[in-house]
Design a protein around this ligand. Structure first.
Ligand SMILES: [Zn+2]
Ligand SMILES: [Zn+2]
Length: 113
């Protein structure tokens, strides 16, 4: 009896601690996002589930320097299309912060889609 009870408790604790929604592999999400053209790296990737259902996603996306606003807008929509096609996340509530390569995030204004 005891080992079984402990196992169940372990699962419950893990679920509570695990912010990442079930079925969403953040490593896989990162790999996808980094394959979008002009994206150099992705960090601070977080996902959480809101009470209304679908997971939302937040990420800092480092892009090549010297891109125009049009480039940035295209990258944002490509990032969202990638998620929409490949992962069960809620796109309207997904936030990407684009960061030019070589800059620290602290000095940058946020770019919203
Ligand atoms: Zn950052
Ligand atoms: Zn994808």
């Amino acid at each position: 009896m005891m080992p079984r009870a402990i196992k169940l408790l372990g699962n419950a604790v893990r679920v509570l601690l695990e912010e990442t929604p079930k079925g969403l592999d953040l490593d896989e999400v990162r790999m996808h996002l980094e394959q979008v053209p002009h994206v150099v790296a992705v960090h601070d990737l977080h996902a959480s589930t809101v009470s209304t259902g679908m997971p939302i996603l937040m990420a800092h996306v480092v892009v090549e320097r010297g891109l125009t606003m049009e480039d940035a807008a295209r990258i944002l929509s490509q990032l969202q299309n990638c998620l929409r096609e490949h992962f069960p996340v809620s796109i309207p509530h997904t936030t990407f912060q684009l960061e030019p390569e070589g800059y620290s995030s602290a000095s940058l204004p946020q770019m919203h889609s």
